[in-house]
Design a protein around this ligand. Structure first.
Ligand code: KG4
Ligand code: ZN
Length: 341
């Protein structure tokens, strides 16, 4: 059942073709450079760029999968959450394709798709759900920080989320204070490699709270006060590397500690992680070490599917079609504030 999936919820235009859990193509056109000069994603610009990019990206995805559009058996798109104008472009275009082909259409929850992206392994990537086991899933991106208990396939419960800034947002805002360009997460990761994570002591907000929520705005504020109290620090390369390593360590510490605690409390044998921040090397290493200590299986999303992509939308859509025979009517609207519930 070849299925075409489309993702346009934020600043990545993506189209993918999947077939029986296998990713035949996954084309992602990132708009990062377009939004960098504004220090964040500008919704109107993102939507306009999706309008320009979507058809070429979809054409490439079909080409790489060696398929013509009329060979598709189903079509899916991200329905929410996301930027309304951006979502509209991919969602309506995908509905139009389904309408013309007379094929089933599925509107997919973006975060629910992230939950299953760590199951994509190998080259070509294949999601093997015969090995599925209940897990705690950490979703960390520029817009979201979520801890989710995935009890069974397509059955999950949100345990906690951020009460203010997302983890990626904290990387980006701390980086901005240091004069780094948006998005600053990858640059902090790179600079932190040569720094001492214990050089400066930053707060680990909510790390000891018994709930599964997160808070990162206080950490960002403490970086602001730290820089105010240490004028000239940014002129010294080693101090900047130490600062990056110390801020990164605080964010990673909170994420890892709370994820492992939830896994132990709910007695699952598996932890998964996805979203842009999962590209962070310190987070990957710390999760690896902690899961090994606790005897937990760890599935980290491959770097190619950490950030937003249509393959994860397609993989979930295929499972929903197969296990639940679900379809989304063609006269439905996007859901920009769709809660993962
Ligand atoms: O999932 P994503 O591409 O977009 C959404 O926000 O939905 O995530 C982007 C976020 C940005 O905040 C970026 O700074 C962060 O992921 N990020 C990283 C790294 N790579 C991307 N943060 C820390 N370390 C990285 N290596
Ligand atoms: Zn995402």
């Amino acid at each position: 059942m070849p299925l075409l999936a489309v993702e346009t919820s934020c600043d990545e235009t993506s189209a993918a073709v999947v077939h029986q859990g296998r990713v035949l193509s996954n084309v992602v056109s990132s708009q990062t450079a377009l939004h960098a000069e504004y220090g964040g994603v500008v919704p109107e610009l993102a939507a306009r760029q999706h309008l320009r990019n979507l058809i070429p990206v979809a054409r490439l995805a079909l080409g790489e999968a060696s398929l013509a559009a009329d060979q598709l058996d189903a079509v899916a798109a991200t329905r929410g959450p996301g930027l309304p104008s951006a979502l509209m472009v991919g969602f309506k275009a995908a509905q139009a394709v389904a309408f013309v082909l007379g094929r089933p259409f599925l509107g997919i929850h973006h975060h629910e798709a992230h939950l299953y992206s760590p199951w994509l392994k190998g080259q070509p990537q294949i999601a093997d759900f015969s090995k599925f086991q209940p897990n705690i899933s950490l979703i960390v991106s520029g817009g979201h920080t979520l801890l989710v208990h995935v009890q069974a396939e397509l059955d999950h419960r949100v345990l906690g989320s951020t009460v203010d800034d997302a983890a990626g947002e904290c990387f980006d805002k701390a980086g901005k204070l240091m004069g780094l360009t948006y998005p600053a997460g990858p640059e902090i990761d790179r600079l932190a490699e040569g720094g001492n994570p214990k050089a400066y002591d930053f707060p680990r907000p909510m790390i000891d709270d018994i709930n599964d929520d997160f808070s990162f705005s206080g950490l960002k504020t403490s970086v602001r006060y730290f820089l105010r109290d240490h004028p000239g620090l940014l002129d010294d390369g080693q101090s900047v590397r130490d600062l990056c390593a110390s801020v990164q360590a605080a964010i990673v510490d909170v994420l890892v500690t709370k994820t492992i605690r939830a896994a132990r409390r709910l007695r699952v044998g598996c932890v998964t992680a996805s979203g842009g921040v999962t590209c962070n090397r310190a987070l990957r290493q710390r999760l690896n070490a902690a899961c090994e200590r606790q005897g937990l299986m760890l599935l980290l999303a491959d770097r190619s599917v950490c950030t937003d992509n249509a393959a994860m939308i397609g993989i979930l859509a295929e499972r929903r079609l197969k296990l639940r025979a679900e379809e989304t009517s063609l006269d439905t609207d996007i859901l920009p504030n769709w809660a993962l519930g």
